[in-house]
Design a protein around this ligand. Structure first.
Ligand code: DX5
Ligand code: ZN
Length: 219
């Protein structure tokens, strides 16, 4: 299996904060951008107006984590291209929309990933996994950074890994040096982390430390 990816998670409210955080993690391969609309979750972050104009470093992969009630509207407004991955909550779409989303994202030259909240079962997912970049299992209820890792989600990591040995399984929420080893054991191989990176004095050094730890554990 290829290297474990750690995506620094950026949950912010202004263009300045976004620029500051992007600049703080030059070694990130992927940036995880949290987008909330105040409807799907009870918080509102930076929106498509700022993101559509923002110049991310061209070598970065960007995963847009869409915690929004109308993901189609957001995908249409966000920049596409091969570096963009749109992460869509299966709770925000019905099965017909799930099929249509694959086409919409492909048209933008981008990739699609499904996100599953802690209480949501995996049944809806199985029929729509073909062609999908990865699955993100939330290990907190979305809305805020700095919450505690919900270890019960490891059951879903194990179940998904058992059925899909080659699938990339990302987790998001409470990810850090103590939770990464147990999540890897349960089957996760991609991580989004906010506090464990940006809550540290030197975010880039913290990121390097987590990348090292995760790749040692994976062996
Ligand atoms: C939660 C967001 C997460 C969050 C992670 O709603 O989707 O990406 O920023 O924050 P930490 O790593 O602090 O749990
Ligand atoms: Zn997120």
């Amino acid at each position: 299996m290829s290297a474990v990816q750690i995506a620094p998670a950026i949950l912010c409210y202004t263009k300045e904060e976004l620029a500051h955080r992007v600049a703080a993690v030059p070694d990130a391969h992927t940036l995880h951008i949290d987008i909330m609309d105040g409807k799907f979750v009870n918080n509102t972050t930076i929106g498509t107006d700022v993101l559509a104009e923002f110049h991310f470093p061209p070598d970065k992969e960007i995963e847009y984590h869409l915690m929004v009630a109308d993901p189609i509207k957001f995908i249409e407004a966000l920049p596409g291209g091969k570096n963009s991955i749109f992460e869509v909550h299966i709770e925000s779409v019905d099965e017909r929309q799930m099929a249509g989303l694959q086409k919409l994202v492909a048209k933008k030259g981008s990739r699609l990933a499904w996100v599953v909240n802690p209480p949501t079962m995996l049944d809806k997912l199985e029929k729509h996994l073909a062609g999908v970049e990865h699955v993100l299992l939330m290990t907190v209820n979305p809305g805020w950074a700095g919450q505690s890792y919900i270890s019960d989600v490891e059951e879903k990591m194990r179940a998904l890994r058992a059925h899909h040995p080659h699938l990339t399984i990302e987790i998001d929420g409470g990810v850090g040096p103590t939770t990464i080893p147990r999540a890897i054991k349960a089957g996760a191989n991609r991580f989004a982390a906010a506090s464990a990176v940006f809550g540290q004095k030197d975010p880039n050094a913290a990121l390097q430390g987590i990348i090292r730890l995760a790749n040692e554990r994976k062996k």
